[in-house]
Design a protein around this ligand. Sequence first.
Ligand code: HEC
Length: 109
Amino acid sequence: MTARSPIRWLTGAAALLVFAVGSPDAARAEAEDGRIIAERWCASCHLVGPGQDVASDQVPTFMQIAGDYDLDADELRRFLQMPHPPMPDMQLTHREIRSLIAYIDSLAP
Ligand code: HEC
């Protein structure tokens, strides 16, 4: 067959719709991505989750950040877009920032 089949097209459109509208599963997957990014890039300084027990004690934990920001995602996004020493400029993509925020959100008390 040469043309794309309508079934495949419809499946694609449905997937896009679910993505655009958002679903609890998508939010959970996003937070899970954020956890992986946090463990890779943030855990050398921050305590990023309940499974971790060594981090710098000069640095707020992600649980504290989740509490402090009180789910103000805009503030968190702005913060993550600009580097501040001693935090290295990690050049996070928008997607990574969204995932990190979803993850931090999920830690809020
Ligand atoms: C090299 C150490 C280091 C790394 C790596 C690091 N941070 Fe930080 N971070 C700090 C320090 C130190 C502070 C507190 C100083 C400050 O607020 O200016 C901080 C503060 C923060 C704050 C603000 C907390 C507040 O209450 O103002 C957020 C949010 C944050 N980090 C997120 C992250 C994320 C997300 C990552 C991983 C992508 C990360 N950090 C990686 C050292 C680090």
